[in-house]
Design a protein around this ligand. Structure first.
Ligand SMILES: Nc1ncnc2c1ncn2[C@@H]1O[C@H](COP(=O)(O)OP(=O)(O)OP(=O)(O)O)[C@@H](O)[C@H]1O
Ligand SMILES: [Mg+2]
Length: 573
């Protein structure tokens, strides 16, 4: 894992090393000031060496200019390295995510995946550039000042440094406590977000059931938990900061009292004493930085681990050297197909044959497995046993891209992307011209509606197409498939009832769409069913009846019951 982490530095190697170099130079700059003070007080001032004082003044100015350049570089380019690495990781993650199979998304929460993409990678990027920087700076600073101080006066240095480990331990323990408390508030914030999102998306339901008080109550639970957690975190924060402040005061105290005593005894001179005071003043910085590093390391590595977890999820696999798949005629065969979700059997030993260019209708009770069957053909899910053939080639022997390119899918629940109508139709074929788009929309009977909007094809349709009616969304999804123009068509009709005119329009566009293609249609509408070449009745027990409309009616079984019930309903309405 560490190796993988380091590999992300590779493209920015030069920048990264420059950043480290500048970090070290910046620390060295800081170490100069006390040394010069010492020299001034001990030597130049008593000896009235004005030349030396001027040289020091000039040198210090130069040092500060160097430092400002270094700090600027670190702040700017250091962060740039971090953010570029973050963007690279996010790109890799997104690429991988797009290739994960559907069942990954069935079993993982969108919010979780998003927080991995955003928050975790933010932590990783913080570690990537601040981590090495902080580690370097603090180590150089502590070791550097230790070496300088020990050459001035060994006993005083040892006494002062004897306290340092205690400061570290205190800071570490308290910091950990504070961190845990803040983690807790993060979880609580997540809860609030989740509850808020749920309440907002369900606003129509809560209005309809006049349940705003209930919603408020639910929300207040999370809100109160957040408040309590946050208060606890602030307590821990107060302990950490005040305690650490006390520790550094103690260090100052020791230097002042012990150093003062040593100076009084004449063991060290005034200049050395001043240098001590100045060095110790600088000390809190590297201690804080080191502690900070430990935390960053924990967060960053946890984030990276979660990141690697997704990256190691298995993606959809293509066969090594897939068979060529073109000029698709569209003959489809299900051979002994069995499929289950986790351990729930949905289809078992299913055999279906559809000749090229023919239409097969699937009817049956809700939950019988119709949508599932449709999802097996474009390999959204893989069969557990058996095989599916298209033009006598197993769909597992051809590439996913070829397979999916030859299938047009109108799903039961239409999904439109946030954007314009045009962008959504273009999903059928990104290379299509405006003319093609209009033709497709016309064939889907949606052109006139689109033209009635003030911005026409550039109309923004809101999140998931919320500004459109159910029927309009469906027709746009049909236009998409017209544009794609695939030899095989899978129509999973929406179960929601539409008014007669809309239903008629959709029916017309679907009929037009089916022409010359092999079609599998999950049918809820009488007209669709009647036009099919063959009808399968799919129930929990598998295919119970199959044949043409007339054949099935004479059977007087499930189908004829279903048909009669619908027919009577239709006549009544
Ligand atoms: N992603 C999934 N994970 C686990 N179980 C699922 C999943 N999708 C569907 N199911 C289950 O599989 C069964 C078949 O569902 P499917 O969606 O295929 O039914 P359907 O015949 O299309 O029903 P409808 O006519 O209501 O659309 C159902 O019992 C359902 O609960
Ligand atoms: Mg369904």
């Amino acid at each position: 894992m560490f190796k993988k982490f380091v590999s992300y530095y590779k493209p920015y190697k030069k920048l990264f090393f420059l950043d480290m170099l500048f970090a070290i130079v910046a620390v060295l700059c800081d170490l100069f000031y006390p040394m010069m003070t010492r020299k001034l007080v001990n030597d130049s001032i008593p000896n009235k060496n004005l030349r030396m004082i001027t040289i020091f003044a000039g040198a210090l100015l130069v040092i500060y200019i160097v430092k400002v350049a270094c700090t600027y570089f670190m702040q700017y380019w250091g962060h740039v390295v971090g953010v570029r690495m973050q963007a690279d990781m996010r790109r890799d993650l997104f690429k991988h995510l797009q290739k994960l199979p559907c069942d990954y998304f069935d079993n993982n929460k969108t919010g979780d995946i998003m927080s991995k993409m955003i928050n975790d990678l933010m932590d990783v990027s913080e570690l990537a550039h601040h981590g090495p920087e902080d580690l370097f700076i603090s180590i150089v600073m502590i070791i550097g000042s230790f070496l300088i101080l020990i050459t001035i006066n060994t006993p005083l240095t040892l006494i002062v440094f004897a306290f340092v480990p205690f400061v570290f331990i205190f800071a570490f323990v308290k910091r950990n406590k504070m961190k845990r408390a803040f983690m807790e508030t993060r979880v609580k914030t997540g809860d609030i977000n989740a509850s808020l999102q749920n309440s907002i998306s369900g606003i129509r339901v809560s209005k309809a059931f006049v349940s705003h008080n209930h919603e408020l109550k639910k929300f207040q639970i999370g809100n109160r938990n957040f408040k309590v957690a946050r208060e606890r975190a602030y307590k821990a924060m107060a302990e950490y900061h005040s305690g650490l402040g006390f520790c550094t005061d103690l260090l100052d105290y020791v230097v002042l009292i012990v150093g003062g005593y040593f100076t009084y005894q004449g063991k060290i001179n005034i200049g050395d004493f001043m240098a001590y005071i100045l060095y110790v003043k600088m000390f809190t910085q590297p201690i804080k930085k080191l502690i900070n590093f430990v935390e960053q390391y924990q967060n960053g590595m946890t984030g990276f681990k979660r990141y690697m977890e997704i990256l190691s999820e298995e993606t959809e696999k293509d066969k090594e050297d897939p068979m060529a798949f073109n000029n698709v005629k569209g003959k489809i065969d299900f051979k002994d197909v069995s499929f289950k979700y986790e351990d729930k059997d949905i289809l078992s030993n299913l055999n279906i044959e559809i000749q090229a260019g023919k239409t097969l209708a699937l009817v049956g009770p809700s939950g019988g497995g119709k949508t599932t069957l449709c999802n097996l053909i474009p390999r959204f899910y893989d069969v557990d046993s058996g095989d599916i053939l298209i033009d006598n080639k197993s769909i597992y022997d051809i590439s996913l891209e070829d397979l999916r390119s030859s299938i047009g899918l109108v799903q039961q629940e239409v999904f439109l992307f946030t954007g314009t109508i045009k962008e959504n139709i273009l999903y059928g074929n990104q290379k299509a011209s405006d003319e093609d788009i209009i033709t497709a929309a016309k064939r889907a009977n949606i052109h006139e509606f689109i033209m009635s909007m003030s911005k026409g094809y550039d109309t923004f349709i809101g999140e998931r197409g919320i500004k459109l009616s159910g029927g309009q969304k469906q027709r746009i999804s049909i236009a998409r498939v017209f544009l794609k123009n695939p030899p095989i068509l899978i129509l999973d009709e929406a179960t929601s009832a539409l008014d007669n005119t809309t239903e008629y329009m959709i029916q017309k566009s679907l009929e037009e769409l089916c022409k010359g293609r092999t079609t599998i249609v999950v049918a809820h509408r009488l007209s669709t069913i009647k036009n099919a070449d063959k009808i399968l009745v799919l129930t929990d027990n598998g295919v119970e009846e199959s044949g043409s409309h007339e054949e099935l009616l004479t059977l007087n079984g499930i189908y004829s019951n279903l048909y009669n019930a619908q027919f009577i309903n239709n006549v009544v309405s």
